[in-house]
Design a protein around this ligand. Structure first.
Ligand code: PRP
Ligand code: ZN
Length: 289
């Protein structure tokens, strides 16, 4: 497509697809339902989205076929791609891990000596084996690694584990972690030579940062006795000083604050003990700090 739009590569089908599209929608991008298409354009932003196999994304971005991409750190490290890491995106967390058949036991790393390990990540696996002085064989398989032990192709596997469902379905269990990963935004090394695309990326980054900030924060509202204000401000883990709004009852105020999402349940009781009432916790759609 030669429309001059910036091209973003994302995983065609897998753990990162829905969350990556959700992030782009949270950035205000109007994207049609992609169903089975390979490329779609945003209706309100100069961006085309390419759907690719995640293993291919680092190379496409390195070579500039796609200007930017969203992919797991695991794949970038495995492919040793020369790309710029622009943002960690905080989703798609998973571990590259060794997994063994449920009816076997491996408790010490030294028990891996002499084993055959099926994987699509031979580089990361071999680094791990070398670092731990283990003499095992990496059997490279490009997909469906989890069936290798039952086919007798390998004794164990080294694959990505997120929810653990894939392992469970294949009667495997996790043993040692090899590498931990999350989704990241990457860019082709020469993007800075193209001022238009560079500016598009900056505009997209403002939106991504705003969407990521919003996701990790919540808007907290409560009523409180005016005399409890000092105590409440002390309890609040606010990003900024709270907003205080007078109420019809002169002895009461409304307190509004943005707090980290994961802190609410640690402080809600303290707030109530301090006299707060009518506590509301609301999602934030966007936040530019
Ligand atoms: C990885 C991995 C497993 C699955 C594990 O696939 O190969 O199939 O995720 O996730 P779970 O623990 O939640 O079941 P990925 O999304 O990278 O797709 P790919 O194997 O086609 O590259
Ligand atoms: Zn993958």
């Amino acid at each position: 497509m030669l429309n001059g739009n910036m091209k973003l590569a994302i995983q065609k089908k897998g753990r990162l697809t829905d969350k990556s599209l959700q992030l782009l929608r949270n950035c205000g991008l109007d994207i049609e339902d992609y169903s089975e298409r390979l490329i779609i354009s945003s209706r309100n932003f100069e961006l085309d989205i390419l759907f690719l196999r995640d293993d291919d994304i680092p190379e496409y971005v390195q070579d500039g076929v796609a200007d930017i991409g969203i992919v797991g750190e695991d794949v970038i490290q495995e492919k040793k791609a020369k790309v710029e890491l622009v943002r960690k995106l905080g989703y798609g967390r998973c571990n590259l891990a060794l997994a063994i058949p449920e009816n076997k036991n491996i408790t010490k790393l030294s028990e891996l000596n002499g084993q055959r390990i099926a994987t699509s990540f031979p580089n990361l696996l071999n680094n791990f084996l070398q670092k731990n002085n283990i003499n095992a064989t990496a059997v490279e398989i490009s997909g469906s690694v989890e069936i290798a032990p039952s086919l007798g192709v390998a004794d164990l596997i080294c694959d990505l584990v997120s929810t653990g469902n894939t392992l469970k379905m294949n009667k495997l269990k996790k043993s040692f972690d090899v590498f931990s990963s999350e989704a990241v935004l990457i860019a082709t090394p020469n993007l800075s030579n193209d001022p238009v695309k560079q500016e598009t990326l900056q505009n997209l980054l403002v939106r991504i940062d705003s969407a990521l900030n919003a996701k990790s924060s919540k808007y907290l509202m409560m009523n409180a006795p005016r005399k409890a204000l000092e105590e409440i401000e002390r309890i609040l883990p606010s990003l900024k000083s709270p907003t205080i709004v007078p109420l019809a009852d002169e002895n009461m105020v409304a307190v509004h604050a943005v707090i980290p999402s994961d802190k609410f349940w640690a402080i809600h009781k303290q707030l109530m003990d301090a006299g707060a009432s009518g506590i509301l916790l609301l999602p934030i759609e966007n936040m530019i700090v």
